[in-house]
Structures are given as structure tokens and as C-alpha cells.
Design a protein around this ligand. Structure first.
Ligand code: PLP
Length: 472
């Protein structure tokens, strides 16, 4: 079932910023390369079908990253469009303070039926940051309902991204994203991520490294006082900040054991890596763990509508519904029927067409092609990822793993070079031990075929060399 636990507390509608004006001012179009993924570097997009987006000058781009790992079905899927037409024609909006809707209920049921063990409810919101905010508040309210008022500390990991609203921003590990907003942010604590390429010692086994990395959580909990710790938040496969970094060995099983032993809630943020992206519906399935709270978004609606969800365990739901009976939260557009109808259609097509099998098969092909192309490249230190969520990390020196000077903005140059070659990739300067390094993330739609992948990797190789040519 969907869980507006009690939908009567509704946020006031936002005022709506003039987004395009703001984006225009974030970075110039071509020269120097935009410092931000969000700054437009091409004319407006006017049409899209399958893997291709077309701009107003008639140029085609292969969408090799699903925007930001969003467009899991590709663009213009007829079944999703039909579902949207039907929903718009039937019921475009009903406020959750008055009604639930069939679309929201069916989506909630589906999410719960397919969720990891212990998850019993879904709370539908409009995106990833909203989902993270709601998860943090659910965690806190769970503690207060149980009389554990002292539980207030949130621990997360460096090199993680959890969104741009204040709670999510405070939780994420990016110092540079947080810096100017610090006075507005809640206090959070960060430990090292499980990041084998950067943090595993030479000759250290995966098991030993997993134990050492997870041990940081134990140490941090002890330092803060176990009874003061509310939640640990992590992406099972790190996305935007570090570029498709999978965990090693039994890292997450150890994390879960530590959380359980101290009564700390485990919150998994699968906004980017979830909903099939890594080859299983949820990335945490591959870790053999079940979180207390889980956030999903991007691939849930595949970009056809803005939507996200928090999946919550029975025990959290029960504590609140048997306690105050009222989750102190709410948004005007939560449980939106158009968004729910889109997400349902996307998820039904993925299941009907067995697209997760394609994610696994094409993911293996993508990985192999990346290894073949970049495995010996002088400035590619690592090729990593899971399923159709793969990345390369650029380094100035393969031996020392030193990143390029962040001021060079290599990732933005590669993005621009890729766009010139009709390829969309998701580049980012991640945070590496305080310094920023560069990586390029690929997250093509689940309908991608072998020849598409070959074309993507060929164009990427050209773009990487063109970007490097400007700096090296
Ligand atoms: N969490 C993760 C792991 C993300 O990757 C993102 C977005 O990239 C978010 C949260 C925030 O999602 P949104 O941009 O939809 O608010």
C-alpha cells in the first residue's frame, strides 16, 4: 500500500524559480568549458526517441547516460505515453489530503511486492532529494515515537551525493557542494566510503578491506555514543560523486550488522543506482541486505514524470502508526497520479520485456568494451561499475593515481568534446581525499543494443582523447 501515513500535513506550494535563467548564469556555453553538468552546452533539445535526443539545430545525440541515469527506457516509449494520455484523461490530480488514487495505490503495491525483505510500505514523492528528506524525517520520527529522543546523529560517507535540499545536502559527502551553505545545514558525520581503487591497500584482501572500511562506522558510532546515533546513509553503488563505485566483499553485510547491533537505522539511497540500473531491481539485493529505509527515484519514472519514493520497513511504519499515527511531513504533489501512472508503465515494460536481463548482458558488454578501450590508457586509472552503470576515472598518472588539477575541469572538457561528437555522457569531478578528480559515468537506457554500445565507447574514446589533448 502507499503510505501517506497521514497526508493532512501538506507543504505550501513552492514559488517556482526561473530555472533556465539560473542555469544560464551557472556557466558559459562553450568557452571555457562549463564548470557544471547543469550548464547547457548545446542548443535546446526539441525531440527524443529511443536512445537519441535531437536539438533545435537538428543534431542528434546518443543518450549514453540517461541524462543523469534517469531515462532507463529511453525516450518516447509508446506504452508510457499511452498510459500518460489515459491517466491525464481520467484523473490528472487529486490531493492526497482528500483522496488516494488507483495509480498511486498500484504503484505502491508493486514497489512493496518487489522490495527487499522487511519493507512494507512506500511513500511516494516527486524526486530523489524529497525522498532523502522524507527518509531522514521518518528515521527521526521513528526514534522519537520510541522515546529515543537522544538519537540525532546522521552518519554518511565522503564521496556520496544525496541531493541538494538542505537535509540531503548536509548528508552528502561533497565538501565543495556544502561549503557556502554550511550555516544552514544540520550537523552530520562522514566516514570513508568503500572505494577499492582509492582506498584498498596493496596486498589487502577484499575481506580485510571490507572489514576495515566498515570498521570506520563502528568507530564513529562509539565516538558519538551509540545511543545518540540515528541513522547511517549510503549509496550501495556510489553514483554521481565518485562514478559507479561498487562495494567490496561483505562490506554492506558488516555495515548492517553494526547498525543493527547499535539500533542505528540503515538508510540506503538507491536514487541513482536503483530500479534495475545495476542488473537487479535494487542494488542492495546483490549485497544480501535489507535496509530499514530505502530511497528510489530516477529510474522509477524513467524521466517521463518526476517521481521518487521512500520504501520503509514495517517496524518504522508500525512505530509511527501505533504511536502518534501521523507522519509529520507532506508535499503538495506526493502520490501524484500522473507520476504514478508513468512509473507503473515504465516498471511494467521493464518486467514485460525482461529488460533487466538486457541490463546484465549489455552491462557486461559495455564493461568489456571499456576495459578493452581504456584498460591500458595512460590517463584512465580505473574502469568500474555494475550492470549499465559503468564509469572510467581519469588520472594524471596511473602509477601514483594522482588526479588532474581540478582547475583544468577535465571532466567538463570531455563532456563538451562528447557533445560535439553527438554523445551524452555524465562527467563529474569527484572528491578524492579532499582534492577533486575526474570521472565519466555511463548509464545508457536498458533498451541499449550491442551496436549502440560499440558506438558509445568509440565516441567516448575520441572525446576523452580530445579533452586530454587540451590539458595534458
Ligand atoms: N540521491 C542520489 C544517490 C542521487 O544520485 C541524487 C541525484 O543525483 C539524489 C539523491 C537527488 O535526487 P534529485 O536530483 O531527484 O533531487
Amino acid at each position: 500500500m502507499t503510505a501517506p501515513l497521514d497526508a493532512s500535513t501538506i507543504a505550501r506550494p513552492g514559488t517556482g524559480a526561473h530555472t533556465s535563467v539560473l542555469l544560464e548564469t551557472v556557466g558559459s556555453r562553450h568557452d571555457p568549458p562549463s564548470p557544471s553538468l547543469h550548464a547547457p552546452s548545446a542548443p535546446p533539445a526539441v525531440a527524443a526517441r529511443g536512445l537519441t535526443i535531437t536539438d533545435s539545430e537538428g543534431r542528434d545525440y546518443i543518450d549514453a547516460c540517461g541524462g543523469a541515469a534517469v531515462s532507463c527506457l529511453g525516450h518516447g516509449h509508446r506504452d508510457v505515453i499511452a498510459a500518460l494520455h489515459e491517466q491525464a484523461d481520467t484523473l490528472a490530480y487529486a490531493h492526497t489530503g482528500f483522496f488516494t488514487t488507483e495509480a498511486a495505490e498500484r504503484l505502491g503495491d508493486r514497489l512493496v511486492a518487489d522490495a527487499p525483505e522487511g519493507i512494507g510500505h512506500a511513500y511516494l514523492v516527486s524526486g530523489g532529494s524529497e525522498a532523502v528528506e522524507a527518509a531522514l524525517k521518518l528515521a527521526r520520527q521513528y526514534a522519537t515515537e520510541r522515546g529515543e529522543d537522544g538519537r540525532r546523529h546522521v552518519i554518511a560517507r565522503r564521496q556520496s551525493y544525496h541531493g541538494n535540499t538542505l537535509g540531503a545536502l548536509a548528508t552528502g559527502g561533497n565538501e565543495w557542494r556544502r561549503a557556502q551553505f554550511k550555516p544552514l545545514l544540520m550537523e552530520t558525520h562522514h566516514i570513508a566510503p568503500c572505494f577499492a581503487y582509492r582506498e584498498q591497500r596493496e596486498a589487502e584482501s577484499d575481506a580485510d578491506y571490507a572489514a576495515r572500511a566498515a570498521g570506520e562506522l563502528e568507530t564513529k558510532i562509539q565516538e558519538l555514543g551509540p545511543e545518540t546515533v540515528l541513522a547511517f546513509v549510503a549509496e550501495p553503488v556510489v553514483g554521481a560523486t565518485a562514478g559507479a563505485v561498487p562495494p567490496v566483499g561483505d562490506y554492506f553485510r558488516r555495515i548492517q550488522e553494526i547498525c543493527d547491533r547499535h539500533g542505528v537505522l540503515l538508510v540506503l539511497d538507491e536514487v541513482m543506482c536503483g530500479m534495475g540500473r545495476t542488473g537487479t531491481l535494487h542494488a542492495c539485493e546483490q549485497e544480501g541486505i535489507s535496509p530499514d529505509l530505502m530511497t528510489v527515484a530516477k529510474g522509477l519514472g524513467g524521466g517521463y514524470q518526476p517521481i521518487g519514493a521512500v520504501l520503509l520497513s514495517e517496524r518504522i511504519y508500525d512505530a509511527i502508526s501505533n504511536g502518534s499515527g501521523f507522519f509529520q511531513h507532506g508535499h503538495t504533489y506526493m502520490g501524484h497520479p500522473m507520476a504514478a501512472a508513468a512509473a507503473l508503465a515504465v516498471q511494467e515494460v521493464i518486467a514485460r520485456d525482461d529488460l533487466l536481463a538486457n541490463v546484465r548482458e549489455m552491462g557486461a558488454h559495455l564493461r568489456a568494451r571499456l576495459k578493452e578501450t581504456f584498460g591500458r590508457h595512460a590517463h584512465v586509472g580505473d574502469v568500474r561499475g555494475r550492470g549499465l552503470f559503468q564509469a572510467i576515472e581519469l588520472v594524471a598518472d596511473r602509477e601514483t593515481k594522482d588526479p588532474f588539477d581540478p582547475a583544468l575541469k577535465l571532466h567538463a572538457r570531455i563532456k563538451a568534446a562528447a557533445m560535439e561528437r553527438g554523445l551524452m555522457v555524465y562527467p563529474m569531478g569527484g572528491t578524492i581525499d579532499g582534492a577533486r578528480g575526474d570521472h565519466v559515468l555511463l548509464a545508457p537506457p536498458f533498451i541499449v543494443e550491442r551496436e549502440d554500445i560499440d558506438r558509445i565507447v568509440e565516441r567516448l574514446a575520441e572525446a576523452v582523447d580530445a579533452g586530454l589533448g587540451e590539458v595534458a
